[in-house]
Design a protein around this ligand. Sequence first.
Ligand code: ADP
Length: 271
Amino acid sequence: MKKAFEKYRLEPDQKVQLNDWDTLETSAWDGGKKDAKLHLLELNTQLEKLQELLYAERKQRILIVLQAMDTGGKDGVIRSVFKGVNPSGVRVASFKVPSALELDHDYLWRIHKQAPAKGEIVIFNRSHYEDVLVVRVHELVSEKVWKKRFDHINAFEKMLHDEGTVILKFFLHISKEEQKIRLQERIDNPEKQWKFSSGDLKERGLWDKYRDAYEDVLEKTSTKSAPWYIVPADRNWYRNLIISTVIIETLESLNMKYPAAEAGIEKVVID
Ligand code: ADP
């Protein structure tokens, strides 16, 4: 799983045809699913330690953006990749249909408020990218308005980066066939029925429009300071391995250190 990120990370301005990106491939992993699940447990422990260091050092801010078609597995990533991590230093911000108050502001207002503080990891479950995805597909604003947003978003993320936020963006790439299986599973399994809404079928009918919108997002907003990764996501275990590995390798590259202890601590004896 070494250097997994290089393969899936998009270079700035790289052209993207999502149909050319295999959703099923598992080429960065030599073993099978069982080994992968065991390896993920080791990665969970590594992430737990790195997150503790991040929290203790209180210098870096980490922002992880998750975007996907419906059933793409955002919730699964949050559950599996962050298993065991101390909840004090990790927060999930989920972005739903904006409230009336949010709509009264610019679209980045609610986003910026949720950006990570020093020592914190924040996971965006959906994000400002909805404002060039669902908003575009459903024509909630005019083309003239959403087209300008790619520049705003790049400038906003550059500002966060320049001010010390590390940004990783993952597009969980599933096939339309896999979405069919997952939606059917939601209908058939009484414990998953709560996740299904008939609106999901309407969105599925707009698959090609969403794919085109995603291709634009990926081409226009993968930057050196806030890269996109296209993660093959039909197999949950592989998706989890890639994302976990990328996050760990990124945290390792930050050369974090525990803060210095108080002078003379070695002489202190508790009685
Ligand atoms: P999820 O699918 O992420 O698990 P929900 O089922 O509650 O969560 O869906 C959230 C909905 O909010 C999605 O349909 C998404 O497209 C919508 N949404 C998010 N951001 C916006 C936005 N800025 N404008 C319009 N709709 C949005």
